[in-house]
Design a protein around this ligand. Structure first.
Ligand code: FMN
Length: 163
């Protein structure tokens, strides 16, 4: 895909086919996260790859809206090290989701609403934070790719010089 097509057609999907994601494709996704920019290039993150069914079910229990996570063949949790910000995590997360979508793999960011649960399930050091879980899989169907919710119009969104 062209870059603009990848960016503009990326939607957050919760239905996945059973098709496995190859190790080579996974490496490409992780590489896209690794190369993300961060504040002062601190790279305040680590990425936990989850493919085990029991671990997928356990981490899904740490979110309030994570029912689809066990059906995704792959999840990656973006973990922030001390001093990292949500903006840093978001850049790495979107890079990985766009790299995946460029390979035809859809995804959905999933909030982990119960931090103690995520700490326990992921074995995180005390001062690390599970910023976001990303669920990945090939789309089940074109119709299931997203809920069809529109974005705000450019007119509503964009301001010139001042709000
Ligand atoms: C910070 C954040 C947290 C989110 N948490 C969840 C979640 O817990 N569960 C879920 O199914 N989707 C979650 N989403 C996905 C949003 O629902 C999605 O981005 C939005 O509905 C737009 O989806 P679309 O691209 O398919 O239109 C989250 C998105 C963001 C940015």
């Amino acid at each position: 895909m062209e870059a603009d097509e990848t960016i503009l057609s990326k939607r957050d999907s919760r239905s996945y086919s059973g098709k496995a994601i190859s190790d080579e494709t996974l490496q490409g996704i992780l590489q896209a996260g690794r190369m993300s920019g961060s504040s002062k290039n601190t790279q305040p993150w680590g990425f936990i790859v989850i493919r085990d069914d029991a671990q997928k079910a356990a981490i899904a229990g740490c979110g309030n809206f994570a029912q689809h996570v066990p059906s995704a063949p792959l999840s990656i949790v973006v973990v922030l090290t001390p001093g990292g910000s949500g903006f840093d995590a978001g850049r790495a997360a979107q890079n990985m989701m766009l790299a995946a979508w460029n390979e035809g793999i859809t995804s959905c960011p999933v909030a982990l609403h119960k931090p103690e649960c995520a700490h326990e399930v992921l074995g995180l050091p005390e001062d690390h934070t599970a910023a976001m879980l990303l669920a990945f899989g090939y789309p089940e169907s074109e119709e299931s790719r997203h809920r069809g919710i529109a974005r705000n119009s450019m007119t509503d969104l964009v301001h010139q010089e001042r709000w």
